[in-house]
Ligand binder design. Structure first.
Ligand code: BDP
Length: 711
């Protein structure tokens, strides 16, 4: 008996001994330290009965599950329990009226958590106006325990600042995921609607724990099939599963659907038959999915059909769809990621040129979804000039969570600082403090329909995201969608505690490693404002030599413009003048070598190889050193992680170790191949102490990856 207890105790004390595969994400609910357990348990001896709505039922189940795992005591509903009670309440229920709670301030989705005394009992109230707020509050309450905070005296009010907090899945109907590095699509279209994988519930739980309230199920490069009756039924089965968790489903709409599945000869948005098709289609969808979110559209971009095929505008296209879903409360997300190689204009300028003139002309239920930067999810981009430039339009943010351009799932790159950098950028649209975050949360221009979308990194891998650390990118996206001004270091701390454990000997080094990881990737891939130097098509590894082909704007040489005289894309008045798309103060700074931050240098300027950086190095020397600095950082991460073995379960520790070794080798590859290539132009030696590339340029150019994932 004693022996058994000892073994059990050891198992509990030594989480490293148990294999974990990452499936539980940040909702692991592993036992807290024995010393803290008693205090937590005392606060949570009972969960007061709640109404049996679907959402309150899952809220209560989550709370019980979490407390059972964390505190080891299944909270019983027994009235009259001696210890603390957790009261879940939504709306003006008698249980909480009279407590003077500021419910009015919570809006539709906010919640409060407050410690009060009711009938002589210490009571933790988790209250909201609507059930979904209670579920959000439950997740927050559990996270307090997971992150080792006291729950004795709580007074928390939290309200999302952004209305639509969305994942965009680039998932095809055959389960291939475009730019997916974590297996197949989790949406099993073939077996739906007859079978709904129980994993869909865990997907919904994870998203609800972050406050994500919408998901676009299919790829922006859409197939019209997703709008046919069988697929609507499949989407409806998912919608039914997600509904208790406050998540609405959306579908991408292929603009030419009226022709492909509607038997029409045109998709002209001004054609009455086309308009009738979309109205009928919307009616059909809403009959099956009454709370359908709406459509996401990629039009006239990268070969996708759109209104311009008929000489019409983005306004014509977006408003037509908005009119179809509007009567049902639906929304249209219309993407601003529009550019064409047939235009001689700098690709970075095209989105702004297409959309800015239409400010004020889109329907109220249209959101123009803008990528964070003007090119395409690069490791670093200055903020998109449309932010701040369309005050009479709902502008939503589109971030990419999947790491298409940041090393796929095997590079440890925490995207929090990258998202934060964009959100904190000052557009100066209405003077100082007009940050992108304030555009996105609607406060700058008084807009009500606000949105943030993230291109998901979720797939069928057991660990969901392809790597343990890529879960953090899903997590930080969700947290920022709730509050675009949140600090991403604190978010990394929360995530680490919930995902690996609260021991500071683990948390401190892991967070520090995460916080520098994005800058390291910028260094070893595209330092000093370089961009789009990745391998052709798959975007795996370096390909600075990529040239030719049908589209200049899909080559690397278009962006780096390296020659014997220098390197960089002149976007000042002497070049493409993209800087003029920003508010004058911002654009003037970008255009001015004395003002522009060196991190954006070659994004905006073409400079001679001997240009002097602030460090005193020449541009060439500084570039080479940055590549090397990135590689060294990955060395450091390898060392740090190796030292953390005692604090992490063996299986996850091993997986991360393996990936860090891959990252180390690939960082070196990036450095060496880039230096070998650019040296053919710079024609200068490497600075002292910087080793020559491991292989010849020919070697790097000859590497091919026909089976790279995600294409
Ligand atoms: C690019 C991706 C491509 C997407 C496109 C988009 O390479 O697969 O279809 O973005 O956002 O980054 O539409």
């Amino acid at each position: 008996m004693r022996f058994l207890a000892l073994v059990l105790g050891l198992l509990l004390l030594a989480p490293a001994a148990r294999a974990e595969d990452g499936y539980d994400l940040w909702l692991r609910y592993k036992p807290v330290a024995e010393s803290a357990r008693v205090a937590y348990a005392a606060r949570a001896a009972a969960i007061a009965p709640v109404a049996e709505t679907p959402t309150l039922t899952v809220a209560r189940a989550e709370l019980e599950r979490g407390l059972t795992g964390l505190v080891g005591q299944p909270a019983s509903a027994a009235a009259g329990a001696r210890d603390g009670v957790i009261l879940l309440a939504s709306g003006a229920t008698p249980a909480i009226t009279g407590l003077g709670l500021p419910l009015k301030t919570l809006g539709e989705e906010g919640y409060l958590i407050r410690t009060v005394t009711v009938g002589g009992k210490a009571t933790t109230v988790i209250a909201a106006n609507r059930d979904i707020g209670v579920l959000y509050g439950v997740f927050r309450y559990l996270s307090l325990i997971q992150t080792g905070q006291s729950v004795d005296k709580l007074d928390i009010v939290s309200v999302p600042k952004v209305k639509l907090r969305m994942l965009n899945h680039w998932d095809n109907l055959d389960r291939h995921v475009e730019r997916g590095y974590s297996g197949q699509s989790i949406f099993d279209w073939w077996r739906l609607p007859g079978h709904v994988d129980p994993r869909m519930v865990d997907y919904a739980r994870a998203n609800a724990s972050l406050g994500i309230n919408g998901t676009v199920l299919n790829n922006v490069n859409a197939k019209a099939d997703s709008l046919t009756a069988p697929f609507i039924a499949k989407a409806a089965a998912l919608a039914d599963t997600f509904r208790p968790y406050g998540i609405k489903v959306y579908l991408t709409a292929r603009f030419s659907s009226p022709m492909e599945i509607g038997g029409l000869k045109t998709a002209d948005p001004l054609d009455p038959a086309v308009r009738a098709f979309w109205k009928a289609k919307a009616d059909e969808i809403y009959k099956t999915i009454p709370d359908f979110g709406g459509f996401l559209v990629k039009a006239n971009s990268e070969g996708q059909p759109g209104p311009q095929d008929y000489g019409r505008t983005h306004v014509d296209g977006a408003n037509m769809l908005a009119d179809a879903v509007g009567p049902h409360g639906g929304v249209v997300f219309w993407r601003a990621f529009v550019y064409s190689h047939e235009q001689p204009e700098d690709r970075a300028k095209q989105g702004y040129n297409e959309f800015k003139p239409f400010d004020g002309q889109f329907r109220d239920n249209v959101v123009i979804q803008v990528k964070n930067g003007a090119i395409d999810f690069q490791p670093r981009e200055p903020f998109h000039p449309l932010f701040g430039a369309m005050p009479k339009t709902n502008l939503g943010m589109e971030f990419q969570i999947t790491k298409e351009y940041l090393g796929f799932s095997t590079h440890l790159v925490y995207l929090g600082p990258m998202f934060e950098e964009t959100l904190a950028s000052d557009t100066m649209a209405k003077g100082k403090g007009s940050t992108v975050a304030k555009v996105i949360d609607g406060s700058l221009d008084g807009r009500k329909l606000t949105a943030m979308a993230g291109v998901a990194n979720i797939g069928s891998d057991r660990n969901w995201s392809g790597s343990q650390f890529d879960q953090a990118n899903w997590y930080v996206f969700g947290r920022l969608a709730w509050d675009p001004e949140a600090g991403t270091q604190a978010i990394a701390q929360d995530w680490t505690r919930m995902t690996f454990g609260a021991d500071p000997r683990l948390v401190t080094p892991v967070v520090s490693m995460m916080m520098g990881s994005r800058e390291a990737a910028v260094d070893y891939m595209t330092p000093l404002g370089l961009h789009h130097q990745m391998g052709e098509g798959h975007h795996y590894g370096p390909g600075p030599w990529v040239s030719g082909g049908p589209r200049a704007d899909w080559t690397s040489v278009y962006y780096a413009k390296a020659s014997e005289t220098g390197i960089g894309f002149d976007r000042t008045a002497t070049g493409s003048n993209a800087t003029a798309q920003y508010a004058p103060a911002v654009g003037a700074c970008y255009a001015d070598l004395k003002c522009v931050d060196e991190k954006d240098l070659l994004w905006f300027h073409h400079l001679p190889w001997d240009y002097r950086l602030k460090s005193g190095d020449t541009l060439w020397d500084g570039m080479v050193k940055r590549y090397g600095r990135g590689v060294s950082y990955v060395d450091g991460m390898n060392r740090t992680w190796a030292g953390l073995a005692p604090y992490v379960d063996a299986r996850r520790h091993r997986e991360v170790s393996d990936y860090l070794k891959i990252q180390r080798a690939e960082a070196q590859w990036w450095r060496d191949a880039s230096i070998a290539w650019f040296q053919t132009f710079a024609k200068r030696p490497l600075p002292a102490g910087e080793p020559a590339p491991n292989h010849t340029l020919e070697y790097y150019k000859a590497l091919g990856f026909p089976f790279a994932p995600g294409i």
